[in-house]
Design a protein around this ligand. Structure first.
Ligand SMILES: *Cc1c(COP(=O)(O)O)cnc(C)c1O
Length: 397
């Protein structure tokens, strides 16, 4: 079927929860995808930071093929071999001691929020349930993670939200220190805000939050759903600051494109007991087998160095453009999550990109967010910079 047929069928049958662009993508390989009319695109979106290994990474594909022929699902009432393997890998590679598995980012965040309340309840009893999160954060769409999300535009029609959440200005340790009360049990933060516009906090910020948590026995919860798994040039974004959380939520890139979520926690924080929390599909053999293959590929020698090198290269390309394009106000990010903020509405650049054969993304209307597959190559970045050179000139008109 071609784009036009698929689009009209979608309009008739698929819930309109996204403002979708007028193409249907049907095939992918590495950093390239093809639409139903056979047109090729260079992907700088990665399915929103999911396809860190590029599309159809051979290691992930063969792990899925093999596992699908062996065992796709069994209940968590039984032990699951690939789930145990993935938990071991995540714990070995992070601060973590125990991993809980679910199926998406929002579920991983929900698990973190419930864990914080359980930890506090067990130790201090009722009433110490408040979670501090941040302006411009994004934590997901189900009710608790939606409440934790500090952006009013997502809350609109869905009130009342959950009680026990407060939003702090992002990047300011002092305001958090001043706001912790006897009811506070946790701080939830993205080490770099993704959906909120690629906002990088000042150096020492996470360390400051760690100190506040230690002084008050709060759980420090890092939402690494978008920036984890190599996106910033380190395996975990928190490594840039040399501080560890008590628990972190993961999802997007964890299983090479298959649906998965995880909450990794220290033994101290892992307050869940049988019956406290669960997910039917969580940690199923198929997703966790894919996860093992994805984690192996991301931690293979040289992989993260490539991310750092390409990140620096793309950043330098944008800095070069900024010399010629006065509408560029800021370039920020780490590794291969880069925000290029302009002082006009940039959303039209996505449509222009599609015409020119690029998948692009704009966050909060003014930030061109580059989140390519981490296997992106210099010549692809060069092509994008050439396109942006023209597109930014048009945008300024
Ligand atoms: C995408 C995202 C989520 C939500 O993930 P879903 O899989 O869409 O539920 C949560 N937190 C952050 C930081 C994200 O980027």
């Amino acid at each position: 079927m071609d784009n036009a047929t698929l689009i009209s069928d979608a309009e008739l049958n698929v819930a309109p929860t996204y403002g979708r662009y007028p193409i249907a993508l049907v095939r992918g390989e590495g950093c390239r995808v093809w639409d139903a009319d056979g047109k090729e695109y260079l992907d700088f979106v990665s399915g929103l930071a999911v396809c860190n290994l590029g599309h159809c990474h051979p290691g992930v594909v063969s792990a899925i093929r093999e596992q699908a022929g062996k065992l796709i699902h069994v209940s968590n009432l039984y032990h699951i071999e690939p789930q145990i393997d993935l938990a071991k890998k995540l714990n070995r590679l992070s601060f973590g001691d125990k991993a809980f598995f679910c199926n998406s980012g929002t579920e991983a965040v929900e698990a973190a929020l419930k864990l914080a309340r359980k930890y506090s309840f067990q130790k201090y009893g009722e009433g110490r349930h408040e979670i501090l999160s941040f302006d411009m954060s994004f934590h997901g769409r189900t009710m608790a993670s939606l409440t934790a999300t500090g952006q009013a535009k997502f809350h609109g029609a869905f009130k009342p939200l959950l009680p026990g959440f407060r939003y702090m200005p992002f990047g300011d340790v002092e305001s958090v220190a001043a706001s912790v009360s006897e009811q506070t049990c946790a701080i939830m933060v993205e080490p770099i805000q993704g959906e909120g516009g690629v906002n990088v906090p000042p150096d020492g910020y996470l360390k400051g939050l760690r100190e506040i948590c230690d002084a008050n026995d709060l759980l420090l919860l890092f939402d690494e759903v978008q920036v984890g798994l190599g996106r910033t040039g380190k395996l975990w974004a928190y490594e840039h600051e040399g501080v560890a959380p008590d628990a972190m939520s993961l999802a997007k890139a964890l299983a090479g494109g298959t649906a998965i979520g995880a909450l990794v926690a220290s033994d101290k924080a892992m307050a869940f007991e049988p019956g406290d929390h669960a997910a039917t599909f969580g940690g199923n053999p198929l997703a966790t087998a894919a996860g093992c293959a994805a984690v192996d590929a991301i931690t293979a020698p040289g992989f993260l160095e490539h991310v750092q090198e390409m990140g620096a290269y793309a950043n330098a390309g944008l800095e070069e453009l900024a010399k010629r394009h006065a509408i560029i106000k800021d370039i920020r990010g780490k590794g291969l999550i880069i925000g290029c903020e302009v002082d006009v509405d940039a959303t039209s650049i996505v449509t222009k990109g599609l015409e020119a054969g690029f998948l692009l993304n704009v966050a909060v209307q003014k930030v061109i967010r580059l989140i390519p597959p981490l296997v992106v190559e210099k010549e692809m970045i060069d092509k994008l910079m050439n396109f942006l050179d023209e597109a930014l000139a048009d945008l300024a008109k």
